[in-house]
Design a protein around this ligand. Structure first.
Ligand code: ATP
Ligand code: MG
Ligand code: MG
Length: 350
């Protein structure tokens, strides 16, 4: 059977591997770390650094198609891989999503709304950006941020110096603080043939910058729901995208505002494992393997609850409720802020 190569060995790579196995594929993981969640369930694990060109070549030659569970793949590594096998989703999506400035500019260029933003490389830029955008605002590193890391909130301009020192010299952007009503995300899928499907947008609650829960359906009206799905389709079409993408949106009284995009399966799409016949992981594998994608139909109402750090202590009790589907990542060490698993709690029929 065909082998799907996955860059990254975290929980997303693990759940992609499980979905691939269900469809009869084998999976190979490329991951510098040793004992990683994906390596426990994948068929092969090549443990090497992204700077190891020979290892990258061997990896590419051992698989039929390459995908990834995170967007920060070094450009040089992509060059090596892409020369040997198709990498899906492709280069455009990675280029745009690796850098918040490129991402915001791209989305704004599609005629979609984003928070006001400005590039910040030094104190002078920051002073100008604050003048232009005002406070409250959020300073974010342009690259490598996740789970709210690499962000500093500015209540007033007096917080500027501290916020800039939090960036430790990394290129950043200042974003105006959006006074949103609530947050949603669209998990979209686009096939090799250009077919598009979106799952029901979920309503997301964050705590300390980390996703806490996702609930489907959200509070959005049918019209706003349709609009959210169209936004995702527009973004994915323009990127010639193949695979699953997460599009995070702020629901504001004046309309939908795009927060960020993730060119991969997304934490806020985990509910699909128990709410849909074809979940986001299978949808992604289908797309990158060139299979027809599912239509995203939802059968159940679900609340996904992330199990972070000590939340693992709740597992024995959660396991007693027949409406709870547990998904644990097999991480050896519990750490504060570390995603250890999630629960999909079924709350009714769709
Ligand atoms: P992820 O883990 O989703 O990749 P991230 O580190 O990339 O997170 P963001 O999505 O940019 O971070 O921000 C995390 C959360 O912080 C958002 O979901 C939202 O709750 C809040 N936030 C971010 N930017 C803004 C903004 N401009 N205005 C208001 N709230 C914001
Ligand atoms: Mg992000
Ligand atoms: Mg986010």
């Amino acid at each position: 059977g065909a082998v799907i190569g996955i860059l990254g060995g975290g929980q997303l790579g693990r759940m992609l591997s499980v979905a691939a196995a269900r469809l009869g594929f084998k999976t190979a993981i490329f991951e510098p770390g040793g004992d990683c969640p994906a390596s426990h369930v994948a068929n092969f694990h090549l443990q090497a650094e992204y700077s190891d060109t020979e290892a990258l070549k061997r990896f590419a030659e051992s698989v039929d198609v390459i995908t990834y569970e995170f967007e920060n793949i070094p450009t040089e590594a992509l060059d090596v891989l892409e020369a040997l096998r198709p990498v899906r989703p492709g280069r455009k999506a990675l280029k745009v999503s690796q850098d918040r400035l490129a991402e915001k500019s791209f989305i704004e260029g599609l005629g979609l709304s984003v928070a006001p933003f400005a590039a910040v490389d030094d104190a002078e830029d920051l002073a100008e950006a604050i003048e232009e955008i005002g406070c409250p605002a959020i300073l974010k590193t342009r690259r490598f941020g996740y789970d709210g890391k690499g962000q500093a909130r500015l209540k007033t301009s007096t917080d500027a110096t501290a916020a800039l020192s939090d960036m430790a010299g990394a290129p950043a952007i200042l974003e105006g603080f959006v006074d949103f009503d609530y947050e949603v995300s669209v998990i979209g899928a686009r096939g090799l043939d250009g077919a598009f499907a979106a799952f029901t947008p979920g309503e997301n609650v964050h705590s300390d910058g980390i996703l806490d829960t996702t609930t489907v359906p959200s509070r959005m009206s049918d019209a706003t729901t349709a609009e959210a799905m169209e936004i995702a389709q527009k973004i994915m079409d323009r990127l010639d995208y193949v695979g699953v993408m997460g599009v995070e949106l702020f629901v504001h009284s004046e309309g939908l505002i795009v927060n960020e995009i993730a060119p991969r399966v997304h934490n806020s799409g985990h509910w699909t494992q128990n709410g849909c016949a074809i979940d986001q992981f299978e949808q992604h594998i289908r797309a990158v393997a060139g299979w027809p994608i599912g239509d995203g139909r939802r059968h159940l109402n679900v609340t996904m609850i992330n199990l972070i750090g000590d939340d693992m202590d709740r597992v024995p009790l959660l396991a007693t409720d027949p409406n709870n589907a547990l998904h644990l990542y097999g991480k050896a060490e519990v750490k504060p802020g570390r995603k250890m698993g999630h629960v999909n709690r079924i709350t009714g029929s769709a």
